[in-house]
Design a protein around this ligand. Structure first.
Ligand code: HEM
Length: 437
């Protein structure tokens, strides 16, 4: 008899049956499981032990903030993902993570981000000017490209040939698809190793690293100052030793900032345009209220912020994240041993009738009227606690500047084609086709 009281859930065989459904339709399967067992439930697959999945906001807050010291990122992130994107801010734990966070945090200080607004705006304006308007425009690849360019221009001031950018983008996307397949089907890991799939993806990762390495070497040998994040990473010194990061560490952090910084924002922007196109009254209101604003006014515009928040409530780019317990722990009536993996299901929480009126409706006003403090208890688009997204201010500014510029120039109409949600590491939109004039 186990001395622990896990939340109710699936038996060993039930987990395997469910695993097949998870591969096909993860969001629906997880929401059905919540219906069946409650906000927290458990599964067991014989490989990772009994795992807990939860959309209970109190439990999420407990893990991310109140008892965060007991929770690290799991091996799914540190090893499975880290193997391909490197060991840095997103994928490390403990004292290494804390050292890196302290070193990199100043680069994302609100004042630093403010200093980037004008480069962001120039990049966005160029994109809007060259935007291929027309019927049935496939939005996602374009938004992904924009978000990639914004990171490239604002944080790294790097010039790369168009075909290199395209290839790096493609590799990053393919690596992500592979990693998520491996996480969802751990019983196939041996096959991925044997069949050469792991090697192939490691090759893509190495190729991307080589491109970035060339950029770093050019910088360190050039002597010219760029005053961007890359310069900051090169110049930063650890408080305790006075030393800087070595080349490998800088490379890891750049890879991570590239990936974490563009994929999520590209997804969020795509869902935003889709929601606005399918809600013409919200679109018209936003257009009216944001005409002729200065950059500062755009950043602080309450309606823009509400539209962005409401879109990320319905389609949180980071739809799930996970932690592993370092020591035995308990929460309310449950208890579980150290090593237990806990998945935090933000997508389910953001659409729960328990916390949101008419949760499937797109209604930005709920963020205008609401007590923001109350809302933040049930809304986690950027996570929470010490590992809160380091780029949250950057992303909010980028999305607001883009929406304002894009909507002043274009009119959006839906096509009637329903897009798909692909729940990979991020919630990727597929088939968002809009008529844009
Ligand atoms: C809409 C856009 C974005 C969303 C929704 C988002 C979401 C998140 C979330 C939920 C986390 C926490 C993950 C966890 O607790 O497991 C996170 C972490 C992180 N994000 Fe973002 N992010 C966005 C944009 C950005 C940007 C623009 C950057 C950088 C340029 C960035 C860099 C990072 C990094 C480095 C971490 C790891 C931080 C740490 O663990 O210390 N993100 N992000």
């Amino acid at each position: 008899m186990t001395p622990y009281t896990f939340p109710p859930g699936y038996s060993f065989f039930g987990t395997y049956k469910r695993a097949l459904q998870v591969v096909r339709s993860p969001l629906e399967t997880m929401m059905e499981s919540v219906e069946r067992f409650g906000e927290s439930y458990s599964v067991t697959d014989g490989i990772r032990g009994r795992m807990i999945l939860t959309q209970n906001p109190e439990f999420i807050d407990y893990i991310l903030r109140r008892n965060q010291k007991n929770y690290h990122k799991s091996r799914m992130v540190t090893e499975k993902l880290g193997r391909f994107i490197g060991n840095g801010l997103l994928t490390s734990n403990g004292s290494y993570w804390l050292r890196q966070r302290r070193l990199i945090q100043p680069g994302f200080h609100p004042q630093k981000v403010q200093g980037l607004y004008s480069i962001m705006k120039t990049t966005i304006d160029k994109f809007v000017d060259e935007f291929p308007a027309g019927d049935q425009v496939d939005i996602y690849p374009l938004m992904n490209r924009l978000a990639f360019d914004v990171v490239l221009n604002t944080l790294f001031d790097i010039q790369l040939p168009a075909h290199t950018i395209k290839q790096v983008g493609k590799f990053i996307s393919e690596i992500q698809e592979f990693v998520i397949a491996d996480i969802r089907q751990p019983y196939k890991s041996w096959w991925y190793e044997l069949s050469g799939t792991v090697k192939e993806n490691l090759g893509k990762s190495q190729h991307t690293r080589n491109i970035l390495l060339e950029v770093i070497r050019e910088r360190t040998s050039g002597g010219k100052k760029y005053n961007d994040l890359l310069d900051m990473l090169l110049d930063a010194r650890y408080e305790d030793t006075g030393e800087g990061m070595n080349e490998e560490q800088i490379l890891d952090e750049i890879m991570i900032l590239f990936i974490a910084g563009h994929e999520t924002t590209g997804n969020a922007l795509t869902w935003m345009l889709y929601l606005l196109a399918t809600h013409p009254e919200e679109l018209a209101r936003l257009k009216n209220e944001t005409a002729g604003l200065s950059i500062q006014e755009i950043i602080s515009n309450a309606r823009l912020t509400a539209v962005i928040h409401e879109s990320m409530r319905l389609y949180p780019p980071a739809w799930v994240s996970d932690r592993v317990a370092m020591e035995d722990d308990s929460f309310e009536g449950f208890s579980f041993p150290k090593g237990t993996i806990i998945a935090l299901f933000y997508f389910g929480l953001h659409r729960s009738t328990k916390y949101w009126d008419d949760p499937l409706a797109f209604n930005p006003d709920r963020f205008l009227k609401a007590d923001q403090k109350e809302k933040s208890k049930v809304f986690f688009p950027f996570g929470s606690g010490p590992r809160l997204c380091i780029g949250n201010n950057f992303a909010m500014a980028e999305m607001a500047i883009f929406l304002q510029a894009f909507l002043q120039k274009f009119d959006l109409k839906p096509t009637g084609i329903k897009p798909k949600m692909r729940a990979l590491i991020t919630l990727r939109p597929e088939g968002v086709l809009l008529n844009i004039r």
